[in-house]
Design a protein around this ligand. Sequence first.
Ligand code: ZN
Ligand code: ZN
Length: 370
Amino acid sequence: MNMADKDYYKKLGVERQATKDDIKKAFKKLAMKYHPDRAPDDKKKEYEEKFKEINEAVSVLGDDKKRAQYDQYGSAAFQPGAGFEGFDFSDVMSQFRSGTFGNFDDIFEHVFGGGGRRTRARRGADLLYETEITLEEAAKGAEKTIQFNKLEHCRACDGKGALKFETCHHCQGSGYLQRTTRTAFGIFQQSGPCGSCRGQGEVAQDSCAECQGEGLLRKKKKLEVSIPAGVESGLRLRVAGEGEVGEQNGPPGDLYLQVQIKNHPYFQREGMNLYLTVPLSFTQAALGDEIEVPTIDGKAILKIPAGTDSETIFRMQGKGIPSLRHTGRGDQLVKVKIEVPKKLSRKQMEQIKELHEEKASKGFLKRMFG
Ligand SMILES: [Zn+2]
Ligand SMILES: [Zn+2]
């Protein structure tokens, strides 16, 4: 969508994910407010302009097919000559003026099409795709290209199910039939969808060979997806609109990406924290040392104080997994395991014995006298 495009969502004050009902409500509110008949004398032009704008916006967003085109191509798709179905605003305006519309609901009938093809529109099914990532990818986030099969519009017939159509002779191609009712209050004209062509305005002459007239085909689809940093195994990410295509211009379903994190050779994860066990030599533990330990971001230095016991856990702050909601980062907890040497010289043996006795007696005295 380029900059010159009109933002129809903004004009109606709705979110891009707004439902048809939201759009209807927003339109109704604005249409009431900016109805040209309600404009103060000095604001006639402004109100009319605004009224025109919201009508244009709803004519597009209120129609699933046009809305999909707009989401894809922007408002340029609806400029004269763009080759898409346009919307004749003057039509609504003149009916407004002449009082043909009894109330706002009639306008909705007109703008939103009412019955016909719209009621047969069905949202496409959601799809589930499982993907495996490494712990590093879970910590840093990742871009993945995934490939899956989904229902799409048949290209051969452009999703119409047939290549040749003829104009419906019941409604002369309009898709609507006019009905005139005479009542004590005057003449009412009502338009409803044409039953012969189900509001399509045309009827198929043949059936598309590619899709057997379904208008839909199952096809392989490649998609780039972003996996945010901090994901956990089992999390489902929603990729809006990437599910199966809707039938009869219904909106597409969503794609759910289920993430599985592979086991790591040495890190264990618990929430945002990472756990790691590293070996420590007897001397390193006794005398203290600076050792290199792996972290999810690469190597880091961990200071081991002299006299460290086996199974001591050191906390490396902020070296864990970032929070999915960007509210911080977990820690890395390193457990040291002192490796007892299997072969000792006589001299080493004596030294250790001495050390052991000294430590044991100290501990004993300490316990006795505090
Ligand atoms: Zn086809
Ligand atoms: Zn018809």
